[in-house]
Design a protein around this ligand. Structure first.
Ligand SMILES: *Cc1c(COP(=O)(O)O)cnc(C)c1O
Length: 354
């Protein structure tokens, strides 16, 4: 029986996308060949790459602009350094809202001065700082739109004049957003876009070519753009599956529709967390993530019986990250509201029987 998959990542994909991806591994569109045994320079794959890039730009509302889309490897973690490599001449600002921002900061320090404009570290990152230290002359400002581990999310993107660079790994294409506010944004595919193995990067080309250092080929956005993400062999399977998933998003009605569905799922779960005395939310209420809901038991000694209940109900992936403890329910686009309804049922049953 298919489980209710609340995993934080790699994470749930729509059933029909899995089906289509599995078919393409056997045979791509009646070609007599598998997706993963054809040349990446074949017409069939070049078309897949073109459609994937075009659709990514379209979902971002950035088609026919100065923005380009890339599907590269190395995960979001490589973007921590690649963004700085290509954009930081002397100094950049970073907003520290969790371990992923922390890691981005560590990499950026290899390239110049990092100004930490705000941090919620002293509160174990349970909120999004609103006050930022104003500093002039920043090449860009980096933020993490959704904090997968702590369950916080920027609901208002700060208005700042240097270009914004954003790690959107866990909330890309989950809600309508003015993506033109960002000069560069990136997402490891395995949260809300596709399987692990590729990273989507969307960048305003006007920001490129300004640093004086030389950038190695694989790390060079301009070169990767010139080569249409094919400077080296691209990861064909995750790119194709991401394309299938983006087609699925369009079929749902686009970001407006998935955003509405995600808001409904999040409301259902957070309402129960707030109502049910057996649970308490981890993140500050106004900064709660619509993608990753973090919560704890009010009585940790009852964990074994709650764990037994949700496991028996066919729920998977609910354990919190080790740095927060407790529970984390990830509710990416593909998670049906029925799964959240079931979790809420289990929480109610736990309240009655614990
Ligand atoms: C998962 C995650 C990452 C790390 O992604 P990799 O593709 O494994 O490098 C970075 N940032 C955020 C916000 C994440 O959720």
């Amino acid at each position: 029986m298919k489980k209710h998959n609340f995993s934080a990542g790699p994470a749930i994909l729509p059933q029909e996308v899995l089906q289509q991806a599995a078919e393409a591994v056997q045979e791509l569109d009646g070609s007599g060949l598998s997706l993963i045994e054809i040349s990446h320079r074949s017409k069939a794959f070049v078309e897949i790459m073109e459609e994937a890039c075009a659709l990514a730009l379209e979902l971002s509302g950035l088609q026919n602009t100065n923005y380009k889309a890339l599907f590269l490897q190395g995960g979001a973690s490589s973007q921590f350094l690649m963004a700085a490599y290509n954009l930081m001449e002397t100094r950049a600002g970073y907003i520290n809202t969790g371990s992923w921002s922390d890691k981005a900061i560590k990499e950026a320090k290899l390239f110049g001065e990092v100004v930490e404009m705000a941090s919620s570290k002293s509160a174990n990152f349970n909120y999004i700082p609103k006050e930022l230290n104003a500093i002039g002359d920043l090449d860009y400002i980096h933020l993490t739109t959704n904090n997968t581990i702590f369950g916080t999310q920027f609901h208002n993107i700060p208005v700042l004049s240097p270009p914004l660079v954003a790690d959107m790994s866990s909330d890309l294409f989950s809600r309508p957003l003015d993506y033109s506010r960002f000069g560069l944004f990136y997402a490891g595919a395995q949260k809300n876009l596709g399987p692990a193995g590729t990273t989507l990067i969307i960048v305003d080309i006007n920001l490129l070519g300004k640093v004086t250092r030389s950038v190695p080929s694989m790390m060079d956005y301009s070169l990767q753009i010139a080569k249409d993400s094919m400077f080296n062999t691209p990861p064909v399977f995750p790119i194709y599956t991401s394309l299938l998933n983006m087609r699925w998003i369009v079929k749902q009605g686009g970001l407006e529709a998935v955003g509405k569905a995600n808001a409904a799922k999040a409301k259902l779960l957070y309402d129960e967390i707030d109502r049910n005395a057996a649970f308490e939310g981890f993140a500050a209420v106004e900064d709660r993530s619509m993608m990753n809901a973090t919560f704890n038991l009010t009585d940790e000694d009852t964990a074994a019986s709650f764990d037994a209940l949700w496991n028996a109900a066919g729920i998977s992936g609910l354990k919190g990250h080790r740095s927060v403890g407790g529970y984390r329910a990830s509710m990416y686009n593909a998670l049906p509201i029925e799964s959240v309804e079931l979790l809420v049922e289990v929480m109610k049953e736990f309240e009655r029987t614990k």
